[in-house]
Design a binder for this molecule. Structure first.
Ligand SMILES: *Cc1c(COP(=O)(O)O)cnc(C)c1O
Length: 446
């Protein structure tokens, strides 16, 4: 990676001939249901660049969906993985356990919000960790129901599909879904503000709206857990109005309901804090992590209050690969990189740079309805000129032109009209600015 030049380069058209050939093989070998954002095949990646098989160098504003927060093939991660892989690759923690797993749990207990005694358990994917958080909450409370929010994304397994809000592409045709899952209204300041200013600015009011639904339609006596992303990821990088999360959190505490923060996308320095809950000073009972935790290796975790985490019976939680030793070594190196290299501060710098640039763009262009987010998790909501009507076509045109120009940018949102930026924290200011300039030029042309 150290030799990968940190500049954008278009060596061929995008996709180039080798990518086109691979795309042909993909069509013949891979289920079409596994879609791709770009038809470009990766060869190497690091810093703020993904190099493809044709030698094109693309500016990475996606970090593999918020995973390679410390950078791709980050040096400490590469060293730790290389060392571990020669020692042992797997024993199964449930058979003969090992230090790396315990160390990752110690760090998670130390780093997550909350000064109370904690325990952790490790899994493979974000969805798997979310499922386990629900199992733990039900075991602790002996209650069945779970509340998730409008626009929520919690994964693609059966239970997490039920928690996820959006039908296409995540749920359509894949039911029946798990029972006892209910949905409450979120605080969505931009869209709430179109109908009610107070709802948009006062998170307590928005929380009361949600609590009324929860209280009247489900009842705290039946409710095991409330699960929420402190800043929604897939749903559109929606930052709730200040006070929304603390009010919900307090209601859960008063009603024997486990408050679960899904920080799969927001965790590990992404939002300019180690965890996004810190921005609102809240301490979840359980916190779910994955994505940025291990520099690209598959690992996830549930961390929380010791008495809740210890509620399930012995051997009630686990899995063959959960907390794989190579993934644990990568996580320890990732945490060291975040702490030693000051990446929380770096995410704040990226926020300042991007917000300044994007707000300037918004002032000139009324198709930018909203600019929001925190740290290196920033989004632009695109609307039809002079309205608040979502414009998914413009969003699609903009991203596909950006891809042609060598900038990897992702979309999200219930209405498919949100551009989301998730650069690796290893990206240079120069590449970040160039990426944004490319997008601004394309937008001006459309
Ligand atoms: C990505 C994501 C998940 C699911 O994680 P997988 O590793 O894809 O299973 C769950 N919750 C949130 C908030 C996510 O962003």
């Amino acid at each position: 990676m150290s030799t990968l030049e940190q500049s954008r380069l278009l060596a061929t058209e995008i996709p180039g001939p080798r990518s086109v050939e691979l795309a042909g093989r993909k069509t013949a070998a891979v289920s079409r249901a596994v879609g791709t954002t770009m038809p470009v095949y990766a060869q190497r990646a690091g810093g703020g660049i993904v190099e493809d098989v044709d030698g094109n160098r693309l500016i990475d504003l996606g970090a593999g969906i918020a995973v390679t927060t410390v950078g791709n093939a980050a040096p400490r991660v590469v060293d730790a993985v290389s060392a571990q892989v020669t020692e042992f690759t797997h024993t199964c923690f449930m058979v003969t356990p090992y230090d790396g797993y315990v160390s990752v749990c110690e760090h998670l207990n130390r780093l997550t919000p909350g000064s109370f005694e904690k325990r952790s358990a490790l899994f493979n994917s974000g969805s798997e960790a979310v499922e386990n958080a629900i199992k733990i909450a039900r075991s602790y409370t002996r209650k069945p129901a779970v509340v998730a929010f409008d626009h929520a994304y919690h994964g693609r397994t059966n239970l997490t599909m039920a928690l996820t809000a959006k039908s296409m592409p995540y749920k359509s045709g894949f039911g029946p879904f798990a029972p006892e899952i209910y949905r409450a209204p979120l605080s969505y300041p931009y869209r709430d503000g179109l109908v009610d200013k107070e709802l948009a600015t006062d998170g307590e009011v928005a929380a009361e709206r949600a609590i009324t639904v929860i209280d009247k339609q489900i009842g705290a006596g039946n409710l095991a857990a409330v699960i929420i992303e402190p800043i929604q990821g897939e749903g559109g990088f929606i930052v709730p109005a200040p006070g929304f999360l603390p009010t919900l959190r307090a209601w859960c505490a008063d009603n024997d309901v486990v408050f679960i923060a899904d920080e799969v996308q927001t965790g590990f320095a992404r939002t300019g804090a180690m965890f996004a809950c810190e921005h609102e000073g809240i301490e979840p009972d359980l916190i779910v992590t994955a994505k940025g935790i291990a520099g690209g290796l598959p690992l996830s975790a549930v961390t929380g209050r010791a008495e809740i985490m210890d509620a399930p019976h012995v051997s009630g939680l686990g899995g063959t690969y959960g907390g794989n030793p190579i993934a644990c070594a990568a996580a320890l190196a990732t945490i060291e990189t975040i702490e030693v290299d000051g990446l929380v501060t770096r995410a704040q710098e990226i926020e300042a740079l991007m917000m300044e640039r994007l707000h300037r763009l918004q002032a000139e262009d009324d198709r930018i309805g909203d600019v929001r987010g925190r740290g290196a998790m920033i989004a632009v909501e695109l609307v039809k000129s002079g309205t608040a009507e979502p414009d998914p076509e413009l969003t699609k045109a903009l991203t596909s032109a950006a891809h042609q120009a060598g900038v990897i940018v992702l979309t999200c949102g219930t209405f498919g009209n949100v551009l989301r930026f998730l650069p690796p924290l290893s990206i240079s200011d120069k590449l970040l600015i160039e990426g944004l300039d490319v997008l601004a030029l394309i937008l001006a042309d459309l």
